[in-house]
Design a protein around this ligand. Structure first.
Ligand SMILES: Cc1cc2nc3c(=O)[nH]c(=O)nc-3n(C[C@H](O)[C@H](O)[C@H](O)COP(=O)(O)O)c2cc1C
Length: 212
């Protein structure tokens, strides 16, 4: 698929054909592309938990929703999401960045977190996740990235043996899309480029030299 089309076609898909597993080679391609993401200092402080077996996926939903008793009616978000034959949980690892930047070529030996303009460990795991989302589209599948509520993070780590230094930055369901309900958030409409772009100076809609 042409790259621009991949970008334009990407959307979050929240229901999947439960009987159509994601082929092995596609799973591997998602991961191969994820690790092509840029990372600060080439730290590569990420980790991906791949869940394909029904028991593992069920455990994921139990651990991250508190085994919710939410009625799984036609409208339920969970119902469609639980059909996904593949869940990938991308993690970030702050310690690997602090270690990397304490090396001689960077020299931040104090490991002071306030040196970081933003937490690059989360940024990089997000870049890797976006590469997976785009690869999913290129492969003719659908995916949805969503957050794991903070109150379930510890239980999730315990359920899957995730070391404490790894933080799940969310989770991605993947599968062959079936017709799903559009997110109500989309009613907001996509902002136009000019609404979010400041050219030359904040608030300017055409190029302007700073200070003039
Ligand atoms: C950081 C982040 C968190 C999100 N959390 C959720 C979520 O918890 N549940 C969900 O269904 N979608 C979630 N989404 C998907 C957004 O609702 C979706 O990207 C947005 O409405 C635009 O729709 P589109 O991605 O289909 O273009 C999240 C997206 C991002 C980037």
């Amino acid at each position: 698929m042409e790259f621009g089309e991949v970008v334009r076609r990407r959307r979050m898909v929240r229901d999947y054909d439960p009987d159509r597993p994601v082929p092995d080679d596609v799973v591997e391609r998602l991961l191969e592309h994820a690790i092509r993401a840029p990372s600060a200092g080439f730290s590569q402080g990420w980790g991906f938990l791949v869940l394909r077996e029904p028991a593992a996926r069920e455990l994921f939903w139990q651990a991250t929703t508190g085994g919710t008793t939410e009625p799984e009616g036609e409208d339920s978000w969970l119902r469609g999401m639980k059909h996904a034959p593949l869940i990938i949980v991308p993690h970030s690892n702050r310690d690997q960045y602090l270690d990397r930047y304490a090396e001689p070529d960077k020299g931040w030996t104090d490991r002071d977190e306030s040196r970081w303009p933003v937490p690059f460990w989360h940024v990089d795991a997000g870049f890797a996740t976006l590469l997976m989302l785009l690869t999913v589209v290129d492969e003719g599948l659908g995916a949805c990235y969503f957050g794991i509520p903070p109150e379930f993070t510890e239980g999730f780590r315990a359920a899957f043996g995730v070391p404490e230094e790894f933080t799940p930055i969310g989770a991605v369901t993947v599968g062959y899309p079936v017709r799903d309900r559009k997110s109500p958030s989309l009613r907001r409409g996509r902002k136009a480029v000019d609404q979010v772009t400041h050219r030359g100076r904040w608030g300017a809609s055409s190029d302007q030299v700073a200070g003039t």
